[in-house]
Ligand binder design. Structure first.
Ligand SMILES: NC(=O)c1ccc[n+]([C@@H]2O[C@H](COP(=O)([O-])OP(=O)(O)OC[C@H]3O[C@@H](n4cnc5c(N)ncnc54)[C@H](OP(=O)(O)O)[C@@H]3O)[C@@H](O)[C@H]2O)c1
Length: 234
């Protein structure tokens, strides 16, 4: 069992709208947080960047890059305790009968391939230590599908299935695998996209981060394979 502080926590997409709140929450709790982002520009997450937070530039759709990044981290720290797979995104607008293959492929890459590659290589390194926590980002759309958002829904449903399968595979190693399912989160990007919405009804990024932090805690050791709705009042 890892102690509840000083753990090595990887947050893919940890500088984004929801990811930054997760990064800050784990760092404030005394963990060492490694933020993995594909664009160096996201390394400028000051003033939140402190000695608890390190930035690793890597494209998590690329298996060689993921494998090397996590192996290097393991060498540097000796362990990977928690993986939070936040990388993901949304594309919609066409019914399936008009959906470009490029949109389909882009959603599978961004949402499903990223979660798969990070979870694959993190689990490989967690298994010998017989402990770990993996938390994936699915979405409400995985269960409550909407017309004209097929590629997104299928990719996030894939994340949920991946979570359930890997939870079963990793049960003997005391590694839990769970997913959170946000609906709409109060992020700067969502406020910009929906300026007339009632922002008060949207969960704050830090409220999502609290759920993620709980799933990473020892108190959540009995929970694995869950898809947890974090819709708030929306
Ligand atoms: N926000 C919501 O309302 C909402 C609702 C339901 C589900 N979700 C899910 O929650 C998660 C977080 O959402 P968010 O709003 O925080 O998204 P976000 O602000 O776009 O954050 C995602 C981060 O991941 C980075 N990223 C994208 N592709 C990458 C790659 N291949 N390698 C490394 N980094 C990459 C992005 O950087 P770039 O700038 O380089 O793209 C960005 O910093 C996503 O999985 C999303 O699908 C969000």
């Amino acid at each position: 069992m890892a102690s509840e502080t000083g753990r090595v926590v990887i947050v893919s997409g940890g500088a984004g709208g929801v990811g930054l709140a997760i990064t800050r929450r784990f760092a404030d709790g005394g963990d060492q947080v490694f933020v993995v982002e594909r664009h160096e520009a996201h390394g400028n997450i000051a003033p939140h960047l402190n000695e608890q937070i390190s930035f690793i530039p890597a494209d998590v759709t690329d298996e060689a890059s993921v494998s090397t990044t996590l192996d290097d981290l393991q060498t540097q720290t000796g362990r990977i305790d928690v993986l939070v797979n936040v990388v993901g995104g949304y594309m919609a607008g066409q019914p399936v009968h008009e959906l470009p293959v490029a949109t389909w492929d882009a959603m599978m890459q961004l949402n499903l391939r990223t979660a798969f590659l990070m979870a694959k290589h993190a689990a490989r390194l967690m298994i010998p230590r017989d402990w770990g926590r993996i938390i994936n980002f699915s979405a409400r759309a995985a269960r409550d599908t909407a017309a004209n958002a097929g590629a997104y829904a299928v990719s996030k449903a894939g994340v949920l299935a991946l979570t359930e399968v890997q939870a079963k595979e990793l049960l003997p190693f005391h590694i839990t695998v769970n997913a959170v399912l946000p609906s709409i989160v109060d992020t700067p990007a969502n406020r910009q996209a929906m300026p007339d919405a009632d922002f008060a009804r949207w969960p704050k990024a830090d409220e999502i981060a609290q759920v993620v932090q709980f799933l990473a805690s020892d108190a959540a050791k009995l929970i694995s394979g869950a898809g947890i709705p974090v819709y708030g009042q929306w």
